[in-house]
Design a protein around this ligand. Structure first.
Ligand SMILES: NC(=O)C1=CN([C@@H]2O[C@H](COP(=O)(O)OP(=O)(O)OC[C@H]3O[C@@H](n4cnc5c(N)ncnc54)[C@H](OP(=O)(O)O)[C@@H]3O)[C@@H](O)[C@H]2O)C=CC1
Ligand SMILES: N[C@@H](CC(=O)OP(=O)(O)O)C(=O)O
Length: 366
């Protein structure tokens, strides 16, 4: 790539927005040239606005964005005039998010979003680049509907599914029929830290609003296919997934205890081999954010652990362990993924890289 693509981040001051600007600080293809948030933050310098609510620990506010003046995310004309595409990490209600993201798309700005608002729009691809990269082809139909040449919306799925969906994807050939997943989700998933959420200290909260429906349904869109006549993504019918989602006192890292039934009868060796060999288009294309090893299998009885494994492959890899037969299901295992890297900003950046490599995102002609 000759020159870096100019990127805007809307919702840049929040937990996921901060993760975007830090992950993009030295990105080889993308450069953050504009940041936007609510009217409340607009007009302030980014560094000033976030310095007392910086949630990236020891990672400093990147120099390149510190002095950017925050735009109002709803001032679409101004943002659109400055960027080639945007990442969306705003926290509005769903209808307003859909409206705003569509408006950017109609201003011919591709939108790669973290938000759940557009996940079930039938011609919006919801992509884990290793699993369903082909779904981005639906963008042609979406552009027809929106009447755009460049603009579109693409999304990444919910963070809770990313600890077990990659394993289920790796095991497709064994025909998984039923999945039970109990997630143990980090507090950063709620946009908070252990300090800003004292209610989670020494506690487990057995309710994350809306999360179980997402955990059960979103993998099925990821496993779905494009129907070229209907011009939409049709979700898969199996496996049937049931889940319970709990909030635990962990800063980063969603753990999941998962149980699976299969039509076939795979051995432990076959299941582990399928995990370790699973690799996709991001690895083939050597996308900058792609982990070399998408899934690692850990043989120790007490792994994966958040403390040791959450940053595997810079938070872009998935760790699986404790695979063993079960009395009710065929097999059970424990999975772990980084909820704001693979599960949020990192997954969206890898998706933007895929969209760039496949020609859906490019530099705007002036
Ligand atoms: N945290 C996580 O691990 C994950 C989060 N997500 C999703 O990503 C999105 C962002 O989450 P998170 O970063 O945690 O949220 P935060 O609450 O930390 O940040 C929200 C951002 O949205 C901006 N915002 C709020 N209201 C408006 C408005 N009216 N107009 C424009 N901008 C506005 C805020 O700006 P200001 O500072 O000015 O208020 C801020 O930049 C959400 O949709 C969330 O569901 C998805 C996966 C994982
Ligand atoms: N709800 C997730 C984070 C999140 O924001 O999910 P979604 O992207 O589906 O809104 C959590 O609390 O860990």
């Amino acid at each position: 790539m000759k020159e870096k693509l100019k990127v805007g981040v809307i919702g840049a001051t929040g937990m996921v927005g901060q993760r975007y600007v830090t992950l993009l600080a030295n990105h080889p293809w993308f450069e953050v040239v504009a940041v936007a948030a609510s009217k409340h933050s607009a007009g302030k310098k980014y560094g000033e606005s976030v310095k007392d609510r910086w949630k990236m620990g020891d990672t400093p506010i990147p120099d390149g964005v510190k002095d950017l003046t925050i735009l109002d995310a709803e001032d679409v004309d101004t943002m659109a005039s400055q960027v080639d595409f945007i990442f969306s990490a705003i926290n509005l209600d769903k209808a307003d998010t859909r409206k705003l993201e569509d408006e950017y798309a109609k201003h011919e700005v591709p939108v790669v979003s973290n938000n759940s608002a557009h996940r079930w729009t039938p011609d919006v691809p919801m992509v884990v680049p290793e699993i369903n990269p082909d779904h981005i082809e639906i963008i042609k139909a979406q552009r027809e509907r929106l009447g755009t040449q460049r603009g579109f919306v693409a999304v990444k799925p919910n963070c809770s599914i990313q600890s077990y969906t990659p394993a289920i994807a790796a095991w497709q050939k064994f025909e998984p029929t039923q999945v039970l997943a109990c997630t143990y989700q980090a507090i950063s998933g709620a946009g908070k830290t252990l300090e800003t959420a004292p209610e989670i200290q020494n506690n487990v909260i057995p309710y994350i609003p809306g999360e179980e429906a997402k955990s059960e349904d979103e993998p099925l869109k990821v496993f779905g296919h494009i129907d070229p006549e209907k011009k939409e993504i049709v979700k898969a019918q199996s496996p049937v997934i049931t889940s319970q989602c709990l909030r635990v006192p962990v800063l980063y890292g969603h753990t999941v205890a998962t149980f699976v039934n299969f039509k076939q009868n795979p051995s432990k060796e076959e299941l582990i081999e399928a995990l370790e060999e699973y690799s996709g288009v991001p690895q083939e294309l050597k996308l900058p954010s792609a982990p070399q090893q998408f899934i690692q299998y850990l043989t120790e009885d007490d792994r994966p652990q958040v403390r040791y494994d959450v940053n595997f492959e810079h938070g872009m890899g998935i760790s699986i362990g404790r695979l063993r037969p079960d009395k009710i299901f065929d097999w059970k295992f424990v999975g772990l993924s980084h909820n704001t890297a693979r599960g949020a900003a990192g997954g969206a950046i890898e998706l933007a890289e895929l969209l760039t490599a496949k020609g859906y995102i490019s530099a705007k002609e002036d």
